[in-house]
Each structure stands twice: as structure tokens, then as C-alpha cells.
Design a protein around this ligand. Structure first.
Ligand SMILES: Nc1ncnc2c1ncn2[C@@H]1O[C@H](COP(=O)(O)OP(=O)(O)OP(=O)(O)O)[C@@H](O)[C@H]1O
Length: 233
């Protein structure tokens, strides 16, 4: 049973007389609990796909479903509720509130949700139990990204969307963050979708969606995904 469905999704940007198809009949499915990597070169349309799935952008044609609910065609109010309750976001640059502690950053997210997880418990699960009262500036990049992941998880979302989550981190810290995302998938049964330009990450995924020129070039399913520690790039 598919949990996420994209069926012939199109998104056009108009630049003067030119029309750019950032998504050109994108079709794929993702199952519940899968770790999915969306990979492709710069400008391929990865972020466009993620933004449409995350309810931050709408598509011009096609159908988007999450857990049996139609996301395409939602009005602004429905999209706000969808973003708030159903989707956890992790971005490249963490986007933490600088004058709030790690704990307060996570509480901020859980306060606007229907069935949040306890913030302390989630921070503990990402390995930050000792740093809850620190401000972002007192934390390393990797630790800040852990706070951002905890903030996303505390909402208890249906899917976790991660856009280049290791883009601002060094090699080994990046690996620990990917490991954490892989653990969220395996241990918390979260459906995790990671957008990256890094082809080397594909063996760690259950499902790989290759995007080129706004279209799906190919989809692979790995029967035996590899722990990220065993991947070198
Ligand atoms: N708001 C916009 N207005 C005009 N064109 C846009 C807009 N957003 C994206 N595009 C174009 O759509 C195409 C796909 O962009 P997108 O950001 O989805 O690619 P990407 O694969 O995520 O790239 P990157 O890895 O560099 O972030 C590109 O040609 C981009 O220039």
C-alpha cells in the first residue's frame, strides 16, 4: 500500500515568455516506514517535489496523496493545518530560533500540534539530553541539526522531509545525522524522505527516486539497505 503518491504532478514557473517545468509529470509512490532518497543534480526539481509534498507549494496539475488524503487541491487553511500536523521539516541550515534554548525550540513546535511527543523525551532520543538548556549558538552544527530533527519529530508527523540535511556539516558529522535519520525510520517507524544531490547516499535507502530535468528518470528499491557508516564518499 502506498503512503505517499505523486501522480503526473506538474509545476510550471513562468519567466517572461519562458515556461520552466520544474516538475514535469512526476509519478512515484512511497510506502509507510520507508527511508526514501530523492536524488538528482542541481536544478533537477528535487526541492520543487519536496515543497509540493510538504504543502509549501502547490502543483499546477496532477495528484498528491498522503495517507489516503488528497494534498493537491487543498486550500490555504487546509495546507496550514497539513504543514502543522502531518509534516516534519528538516532543512540544511537548521532554522532554530536563536534566543530560545534547545528545549524551547522543540516546545515551540510541540505546542502547535494535536498529539505531540514530550520535548524532553525527543531531545533525549536524538542524544541531546545534556544540552537541552543551551542556546543554538552554544551548540555545534551537528547538535543544532539534532535539535531541528527533534523539533520535527516532536510534532509526531506522518512524514519527515529533509532537504540536504547534511549540506552544512562536515563529512563525519553529516554521517551521524544521516544515521540518526535512518534510526528515526527504523526505530520510530517514520517515513523519512531525504533530498540530496549526493549519489553516494543511495545504498542507504529503501527507495531511491532519481530526478532529472523535472522528471523521474528511474526508481530503485533496495532490498538490503546499507547502514550509512558503511558508505564512503
Ligand atoms: N520560484 C521559482 N521561480 C522560477 N523558477 C524556479 C523557481 N523555483 C525553482 N525554479 C526552477 O525550477 C527548476 C527546479 O528547481 P529546484 O530548486 O526544484 O531544483 P533542485 O533539484 O532542488 O536544485 P538544487 O539541488 O540546486 O536545490 C530550476 O530550473 C529552477 O531554476
Amino acid at each position: 500500500m502506498s503512503y505517499v503518491t505523486f501522480q503526473d504532478v506538474c509545476k510550471y514557473y513562468h519567466m517572461g515568455s519562458q515556461t520552466i517545468a520544474a516538475a514535469d509529470h512526476v509519478t512515484f509512490t512511497i510506502k509507510q516506514g520507508e527511508f526514501c532518497v530523492v536524488v538528482g543534480p542541481s536544478g533537477a526539481g528535487k526541492t520543487t517535489v519536496l515543497n509540493i509534498l510538504g504543502g509549501m507549494d502547490s502543483c499546477d496539475e496532477g495528484t498528491v496523496l498522503l495517507d489516503g488524503r488528497k494534498v493537491s487541491g487543498m486550500n490555504e487553511k487546509e495546507l496550514t493545518s497539513y504543514r502543522r500536523h502531518d509534516v516534519g521539516f528538516v532543512f540544511q541550515f537548521y532554522n532554530l530560533v536563536q534566543n530560545l534554548t534547545a528545549l524551547e525550540n522543540v516546545e515551540l513546535a510541540s505546542e502547535i500540534c494535536k498529539e505531540p511527543l514530550p520535548p524532553e523525551q525527543v531531545l533525549d532520543s536524538v542524544g541531546l539530553s545534556a544540552r537541552m538548556d543551551n542556546f543554538p549558538a552554544q551548540l555545534s552544527g551537528g547538535e543544532q541539526q539534532r535539535v531541528a530533527i527533534a523539533r520535527a519529530l516532536a510534532k509526531n508527523p506522518k512524514i519527515l522531509l529533509c532537504d540536504e540535511p547534511t549540506g552544512a556539516l562536515d563529512y563525519s558529522t553529516g554521517k551521524t545525522i544521516l544515521r540518526l535519520l535512518q534510526d528515526c525510520c527504523r526505530n520510530m517507524n517514520k517515513t523519512v524522505i531525504v533530498v540530496t544531490h549526493n549519489q553516494a547516499l543511495t545504498p542507504m535507502a529503501d527507495r531511491v527516486i532519481h530526478i532529472h530535468n523535472g522528471s523521474v528518470a528511474s526508481i530503485e528499491e533496495n532490498q538490503t539497505p546499507i547502514p550509512v557508516e558503511q558508505i564512503e564518499w
